[in-house]
Design a protein around this ligand. Structure first.
Ligand SMILES: [Zn+2]
Length: 248
């Protein structure tokens, strides 16, 4: 099945005809564009040109707000396709992409796509000026180790810009953990799905609270903040985006 056919099917699955709407607005990735709302939920909003979701749009606008010299940045994105990847590929000096496959060693390839585990990246120290990721870290068993890996592969003064699902409260709720390789559920398991991707859901190890900023500083980042993109995204309240910078 080709990618656009699966995308169309996913779109039809999301469509609630009474909530359908169109709006002209700029997209951080493609410029002037037309947006579609398939349903009132945040997951129902898409750019019709690049198919960016509300999460990707928030990340894209935060990236444009925060990184003024993208053309001088060596970038790393923890996925291998989609509008953010396409934008970074044409805008950054270089781009490393990857996906996580549980059964492929870090640095190995599957169907031409590099495999990386953010808890043990195969990239050399100080490889990147920018690392981006959307909705990844809630699925990482040892996120402290993974945040430390981001610090390691960033250059001094380098920045990571990312999204995770966050609740309103202060404290992160650990839902599950790995102990000696065995999965333990502290709370009933929650699985996240991406409606534009095929496949089963992936376990959420935690629901982040605002203490994610302290976790980032504990891992070695000098600054960590939540930013709300300055540009409006049609119909949605913009998602908070995390920005964390390695000491210069
Ligand atoms: Zn777009």
């Amino acid at each position: 099945m080709t990618h656009w056919v699966s995308r169309l099917r996913a779109g039809i699955a999301l469509l609630k005809p009474r909530e359908f709407a169109l709006a002209a607005a700029p997209c951080p990735y493609c410029g002037p564009s037309l947006f579609v709302r398939l349903q009132r939920e945040e997951t129902g909003v898409r750019c019709t040109r690049c198919a960016a979701s509300a999460v990707h749009l928030a990340l894209g606008w935060a990236l444009r707000d925060q990184v003024t010299h993208l053309g001088e940045c060596d970038a790393c994105e923890l996925s291998a396709r989609g509008p953010l990847v396409a934008f970074l590929r044409r805008s950054a000096r270089s781009l490393a992409t990857s996906e996580y496959f549980a059964d492929v060693a870090p640095g190995g390839l599957r169907d031409g796509i590099r495999c990386e585990d953010v808890q043990r990246l195969s990239y050399a120290d100080a490889s990147f000026d920018l690392v981006t990721h959307t909705e990844v870290f809630e699925h990482v068993p040892d996120d402290a180790r993974a945040f430390a890996e981001l610090v390691r592969v960033l250059r001094p003064g380098g920045v990571t810009i990312f999204t995770v699902p966050m609740h309103e409260g202060e404290l992160t709720v650990e839902r599950a953990r790995l102990r000696d390789g065995a999965l333990e559920h502290v709370h009933p398991p929650v699985y996240h799905t991406d409606p534009l991707r095929d496949g089963a859901g992936i376990l959420a190890f935690r629901d982040y609270g605002r203490d994610i900023l302290a976790r980032l500083r504990d891992a070695g980042f000098a600054e960590a903040d939540l930013t709300t993109p300055t540009q409006r995204i049609p119909w949605t309240v913009p998602r908070a985006v995390v920005v964390a910078r390695k000491p210069a």
